[in-house]
Write a protein that binds this ligand. Sequence first.
Ligand SMILES: [NH3+][C@H]1C[C@H](O)[C@@H](O)[C@@H]1CO
Length: 646
Amino acid sequence: YTVTINGSASHPIPSTLYGWMWEDINSGDGGLYAELLQNRAFQQVTPQTPGALYAWSAVGGASLSVVDSTVTPSLSTALPNSLRVQIPPKTSGNIGIANSGYFGINVNASWTYKGSFYYKVPVGSTVKGSLTASLASSSGVKLASASVTIRSNATGWTQVQFSFKPKSTPSDTNNVFSVTVDGASTAGQTIYFALFSLFPPTYKNRPNGMRLDLARVLADGQPGVFRFPGGSNLGQSIAGRWNWRNAVGPLTNRPGRLGNWGYINTDGLGLKECLDFAEDLGMTSIMAIWDGYAADGETVPENQLAQYIQEAADQINFVIGDPAKSEPAALRASLGHPKPYPIAAVEVGNEDFFASDTYAAYRWRDFVGNLSVQFPNVQFMATTWIDNPVLNPKAMLYDLHQYSTPTWFAQNSFQYDYYPRDGRKYFAGEYAAISTDPNNLFGSPSQGRMLWPTIEGGFFTSFLPFRIESQVRFIGSVGEAAYMTGLERNADIVFAAAYAPLLQNIANYQWTPNLIGFDAGTVYKSTSYYVQKMFSLNKGDEYLPSTIPSQSGTVFWSVTRRTATKEVLIKIANTNGTPASLTFNLPYATVHATGTATVLTGAQTAGNSPSAPDSIVPTTTKFNAGKTFTYNAAGWSVDVLSVVAY
Ligand SMILES: [NH3+][C@H]1C[C@H](O)[C@@H](O)[C@@H]1CO
């Protein structure tokens, strides 16, 4: 291959080109959100049922029941449920409750944990002794504890706050948190509890913040854009929609809701937590508003839409409004952020091509028609197919989702080359090589669905109870890289892009493949994560036209420039097993003799998985550069070359 590079840039590379999309799809509660206790406030459960106690168990024979305000006054309107603990008569030893966390609790002796819970006792209680919060290993080794004296006159909700540092770091995450009392001094008594919480240190020490290791992996990708809070998780039903008012302020104001992915969202990772995280990572936000259509098919009729348009206006005002003029903006200021947050676009719904008739007939029109008057500087993004239907007001931004086969990505890196240059811009808001069966992309693993991204192929059978050797597959980390060279070539109209979904709790997940896996104690970076990181760290700030790759070929490249460092950045995706020799002609008088290559490559069925998390990681090597140089790209490889030239 001979690639001649043009020295004058055709278009800028927007800082927002690469970034993360996040929705709670096995990824917020128990994942990026650092709260360690699952079902911490018994949100959205049915009182007096065993299911209401998920993640909790009795210690020492206590009898437990989740109760609501019909039994005892609630902690708050948003949190109507509490936990009734009845201590058996004539008992002794530790009695109380234990929480198993989100499939484990990561206990680290170098961390100080901060916890809290509420308790109260019935009038006339004669409880004595201490309330002890502790962490213990599954074998019962006590790792940390903190005690307070229980007060028999605490007949109203009383918050206990504590912190502790574990004495040691256990070898695994099978640990439990418990709150116990001394059986002898509380025998036959009843104690109520509500809203437990236990946090490890968080990213940038933000209260109610993000899990350190996951946040750092996301920060390492130097993302420029952050899409939240969905994705499908915007709402399974009208009543269960994502509602910003229920996701800001004190946890006692957050009722939680049944998310789209089959579990209850605490909404502890809420609107301000997302905006603060975006700010911490230098990301501009693409924020979704719920647009009157729920995944269960419920659609708000036009004559009832006003309250939801107002809700969206308030949500936008929370983000960018003037505290002196808007109550939601004043609320933002009161929560510690008087300045507006940066926002790239407000996305109207998610994948609304499922209900594009009402989207076009009135939902897009009424939401954007009203909101664009209130917020003339906000760009609204459509989530239907381009011009199908035609939208009024005209949509200038579209969020396009691409789930397909690895070969599709390699063969469609020219997708945006053919889009009209008419002022409209595109967000490749979700994309991933997801299956090898183009006719059944969302099927099961036995039908071709990928469990884990890999360089080229192979399910991560470590997830499966059986080996499926025959399922050697061509997956797309390299295909995705080929596609991304097209995003850079077309960054004059593609202003942002994100792989999806972002995070996967490997102990309990609803979708595969995902970019980054995790369990209670470890983060697993896929080969697709490394591709995202290699491209994002080397996106440069302007695109240099060069010899166009063959659209039907197997080797793809893009050339950008980082003007501040005078680096030419060449990205190569070799989407088959045959090594490729590329000769580059640079248009600069001075070109350093040596360049740096970051290479991700692996054998046909290699990849990363929890059992082999670092099988394939990027390696950095030097290569001989110069005005003209030849570089050999290994088979199945993504190569990012950097050379200073001017
Ligand atoms: N169904 C996919 C498309 C939707 O927008 C996301 O919630 C899902 C996974 O990323």
